[in-house]
Design a protein around this ligand. Structure first.
Ligand code: NDP
Ligand code: KAL
Length: 257
């Protein structure tokens, strides 16, 4: 949609490589004319991102380091964004983490430490990022996060992450109420399974993928571009009447009983 996000400064958090949902979002936002600012945690992701941007001829306004496990890191990332870019109009939060050992077997075996880590990185991070970002959204704005059906229904192996996503979705609603008065909206996309670096090596992904091809109304899975376009909608004025919402981009799978 050329021109839809012309002149908008949007922060994209969570590109690890070309398979990342955040990369699909990046290509949609770029086509819509947005000015893009990126944050990475690992040096490896930073290097991948720089190469991807060069290859796709996308000129970033800024790339900053941000580990959402640290308040200082979030504060300094948004301070740098403020210094270099001034106002921002959108944030894409595409970040989650749980220990591998907590993503198999029984949920009841989750350790205290593993539970808190999943909550901290996958849910609290949206709270902390919203707090920092709203200071830069002086013309209003839109914040979009990524969630999964495992927050609503029991999905085998998703375990501690399902509980973290339930917390993330509730945070979307409470944050939407907080920042609505400043003209800022907060929404989530609930994507169907997509083969990304995070999904690699976790048990159950292949089985879930084939069930969707068989049972989803559209008889197929979704890809990064479809999530990218839906996220672009939430970042644009086309969705100006929507906040606190969780939108399923899953070929309709969630409606099947
Ligand atoms: P990726 O592995 O591509 O992206 C995950 C990102 O999380 C990485 O860029 C990683 O950064 C970042 N991250 C993890 N910990 C931290 C941290 N402490 N601070 C900052 N960044 C961190 O996977 P996806 O694209 O699949 O995941 C993106 C989002 O989409 C997640 O919220 C996921 O739960 C959600 N989702 C994914 C689905 C799927 O099927 N793939 C389905 C539905 C939702 P780095 O590489 O620098 O460590
Ligand atoms: C039921 C599904 C099958 C997979 C089960 C759990 C998936 C959880 C997602 C979670 C984000 C994965 C991890 O945290 C992996 C982590 O322990 C190891 N990986 C890494 O450290 C890599 C290198 C980095 C880049 O990853 C992160 N996250 O930083 C769920 C499927 C069907 C849908 C998915 C995959 C949902 C989702 O939320 O991602």
């Amino acid at each position: 949609m050329p021109g839809l996000l012309e002149g908008k400064n949007i922060v994209v958090m969570g590109v690890a490589n070309e398979r990342s949902i955040a990369w699909g979002i990046t290509t949609s936002l770029h086509k819509a004319g947005a000015n893009l600012i990126f944050t990475n945690r690992q040096e490896r992701s930073y290097k991948k991102l720089v190469k991807l941007l060069e290859k796709n001829e996308i000129d970033p306004s800024l790339i900053v380091s941000c580990d959402v496990a640290s308040d200082d890191s979030i504060a300094s990332a948004f301070t740098e964004i403020k210094e270099k870019v001034g106002i921002i109009h959108g944030v894409v939060h595409s970040i989650a983490f749980a220990n591998r050992e907590d993503l198999k077997g029984e949920y009841a075996d989750t350790s205290r430490e593993g539970f808190l880590l999943a909550q901290e990185i996958s849910a609290f991070s949206l709270v902390a990022v919203t707090k920092a970002a709203k200071e830069l959204m002086t013309e209003g704005g839109s914040i979009v996060t990524q969630t999964y059906l495992g927050s609503e229904k029991v999905v085998q192996s998703y375990n501690v992450m399902g509980v973290a996503k339930a917390s993330l979705e509730a945070s979307v609603r409470y944050l939407a109420e907080d920042v609505g008065k400043y003209g800022i909206r907060v929404n989530a996309i609930s994507a169907g399974p997509i083969r990304t670096l995070s999904a690699k090596g976790v048990s159950g992904f292949n089985d879930i993928n084939s069930v969707i091809e068989e049972k989803a109304p559209l008889r197929r899975n979704v890809d990064q571009d479809q999530v990218g376009d839906a996220t672009m909608f939430f970042l644009s004025e086309l969705s100006r009447g929507i906040t606190g919402e969780v939108l399923h981009v899953d070929a309709g799978y969630n409606i099947i009983g």
